[in-house]
Structures are given as C-alpha cells and as structure tokens.
Write a protein that binds this ligand. Sequence first.
Ligand code: TYC
Length: 101
Amino acid sequence: MADTVIKPKTRTKTKTERPRLHKVILVNDDFTPREFVVTVLKGEFRMTEDQAHKVMITAHQRGVCVVAVFTKDVAETKATRATDAGRAKGYPLLFTTEPEE
Ligand code: TYC
C-alpha cells in the first residue's frame, strides 16, 4: 500500500492592530474670552457654533473637555495649531493630547 502523505493545513492569521487614537483636550483658563474659544473650536475642529459652545462651556465649568479623537499625529498637530492661535492673541488658551485607553 502506498504511503499516505498527510499535509497539515496551515492558516496564517494576520492580526492588524488599529492605531491607538488620541484625545484632544481643551483646558480652561481665566483669561481667554469665551467667544474666542468658540471661534478656535469652529476653525480648527470643524464644529458648529452649537457644538463649539457646548465644549467651551463644559471646559469652563469642569476644567477640561474632550474635543475629539484622532490619530496621534493629527491630534498633536490640531492641538498645537489651536494653542498657537490663542498665543498669537496673547491668550493662555491650551489644548493638550492624551492616548485613549
Ligand atoms: N473661562 C474663560 C472665561 O471665563 C472661558 C474659557 C472657556 C477659556 C474654556 C478657556 O478652555 C476654555 N473667559
């Protein structure tokens, strides 16, 4: 009888991890005018007046508010641009980033 050749079936499962997203966080301060914060949120994060106003008020009342999540690069670029927009006007407006859990 001919030898039986058993060919094991192998399957390669490639696991691609999604890149971790990073939060952009708006930090409250006592000096930046509310309307300016709203303008920056609309300009840099494409929010409507309503959305921007809600985020600004949340940061104003609670100290911080998550604005949105992006890939690391985009989050850092947007946070820097938004912070720089405040600095250009002499305001201490601050946007930070942190990785999502
Ligand atoms: N607290 C500021 C004021 O009363 C407004 C403000 C809100 C500033 C949110 C920063 O992240 C901020 N003029």
